[in-house]
Design a protein around this ligand. Structure first.
Ligand SMILES: [Zn+2]
Length: 98
């Protein structure tokens, strides 16, 4: 298993803006065809919430600001809190890193 996993992002060659959503143009400067890159799935947990499903199991959803800029959502360990440094494995499971 490779760790950390990679996240697909799109970087504008004109202004350097980075997004996780593919577009034909950059939303910051209007530059054409942002280029796909893979960046490490490592960053800081911005927020967390717990969601209980109909089967009464609880999942933790987190927002992560990647070190490369974009914010992504993922599933994570129960003990995570905002401010934790986190990384994802190939299953897209986020856990704390030191
Ligand atoms: Zn741009």
């Amino acid at each position: 298993m490779t760790w950390p996993a990679s996240t697909r992002v799109f970087r504008c060659d004109h202004c350097g803006a980075v997004e996780v959503v593919t577009r034909a143009f950059c939303v910051e400067c209007g530059g054409r065809d942002p280029i796909e890159h893979l960046v490490p799935s490592v960053g800081v947990c911005l927020a967390r919430t717990a969601v209980t499903g109909s089967d009464h199991t609880t999942s933790v959803l987190i927002l992560v600001q990647l070190d490369d800029g974009p914010v992504v959502m993922g599933r994570g360990c129960h003990g995570l809190v905002a401010g934790d440094r986190v990384g994802a494995d190939e299953t897209r499971w986020w856990s704390a890193v030191s």
